[in-house]
Design a protein around this ligand. Structure first.
Ligand SMILES: Nc1ncnc2c1ncn2[C@@H]1O[C@H](COP(=O)(O)OP(=O)(O)OP(=O)(O)O)[C@@H](O)[C@H]1O
Ligand SMILES: [Mg+2]
Length: 301
């Protein structure tokens, strides 16, 4: 049987701090998840501040080493990959972080992030083909190359900078994008646009996402399944619609009940227009043109 694309297997992470690291924080406790190969999905990790979300992101990206357990990519522990397999992992698993202001070097034009990636991963045989890749990636995220290239980071809005990061990740043809609170610092009017891009990358380009958020309403808009974390432990996991409409765990119930809605008299019902449209869209894509089930949309048959 084919191993999952990504498997987080019984992973715990304990940080030591204070004198001689004697003060210990269990940031993640025996956490597991799997993202299947060939079934691109958006998996949400949700939880309040300090629940271990960024720790999980950094573990998956290989920036932290688990205290126990394993992170496997296509069946192999990421910490025992060969040099070339690690290089492939670094290309195929991309990150989008919360703060679109921090990731750029203010002294370089934004083109630098693309040219650096082109060179590092030898993505194009010459400059002309490299430029074509950059233009394609910018267009996928709805940015016009002539408006963006040649500018410095401070000359762009937060939303544009975040879309640039997505374009850079897209250019690398990733299999998985780890997005840690990618829209929490973006103007509300642009959040939907970024989430639309994620959905498109998932549906049209087969990219899976680990979408990390404290905001259940955005999770509901785009994801297929969800893991609810509290103090490093999973409180509940499952299909997003099932969890949001019928939360079993009291903590999940609390989170769902506290989703803000425009009218304070109305409790969140999951019935907002955008959500309904997204569900319809998934439902129609659950079958291909022959009417046969499309396994890419296994959650909305
Ligand atoms: N480098 C570190 N050293 C010691 N403790 C840490 C370290 N990084 C995180 N922690 C602790 O681990 C726990 C989980 O932190 P983490 O950053 O993963 O949470 P989070 O869910 O991403 O929170 P937020 O929503 O605020 O970003 C917290 O108690 C935090 O204080
Ligand atoms: Mg965090």
């Amino acid at each position: 049987m084919q191993p999952p694309l990504l498997e987080v297997k019984n992973v715990s992470k304990v940080y030591g701090s204070g004198v001689l690291g004697k003060q210990q924080t269990v940031a993640l406790d025996n956490f597991s998840l799997a993202i299947a190969e060939g079934t691109p999905i958006i998996t949400t990790i949700a939880g309040e501040s300090g629940s271990g979300k960024t720790t999980l992101a950094n573990l998956v990206l290989g920036l932290l080493v688990p205290t126990s357990g394993e992170i496997r990519y296509r069946g192999q522990n990421i910490h025992s990959l060969s040099r070339s397999a690690w290089f492939t992992y670094r290309r195929e698993v991309q990150a989008i972080f919360q703060n679109p202001f921090e990731v750029y070097n203010p002294f370089y034009r934004v083109d630098h992030v693309f040219h650096f990636a082109l060179r590092k991963f030898s993505l194009a045989p010459n400059r002309r083909e490299g430029l074509a890749l950059i233009h394609e990636a910018l267009e996928v995220v709805g940015l016009r190359p002539d408006e963006i290239l040649g500018r410095y980071p401070h000359e762009l809005s937060g939303g544009q900078r975040q879309r640039l990061m997505i374009a850079r990740a897209f250019m690398l043809k990733p299999r998985l994008i780890v997005a840690d609170e990618p829209v929490s610092m973006i103007d509300a009017s642009l959040q939907a646009r970024i989430l639309d891009i994620f959905e498109r990358l998932n549906q049209d380009f087969g990219i899976s996402f680990l979408y990390i958020t404290h905001d259940l309403s955005t999770a509901y808009q785009i994801s297929h399944d969800i893991h609810i974390l509290y103090l490093g432990q999973v409180m509940e996991r499952g299909d997003i619609t099932a969890v949001m409409h019928h939360p079993n765990h009291p903590y999940t119930q609390l989170l769902v009940e506290s989703i803000p809605v425009a009218d304070p008299e109305v409790r969140w019902s999951g019935g907002r227009a955008r959500n309904a449209a997204a569900r319809d869209n998934h439902a129609s894509q659950a079958r291909n043109s022959n009417g046969a089930p499309n396994n890419r949309c296994r959650y909305f048959p």
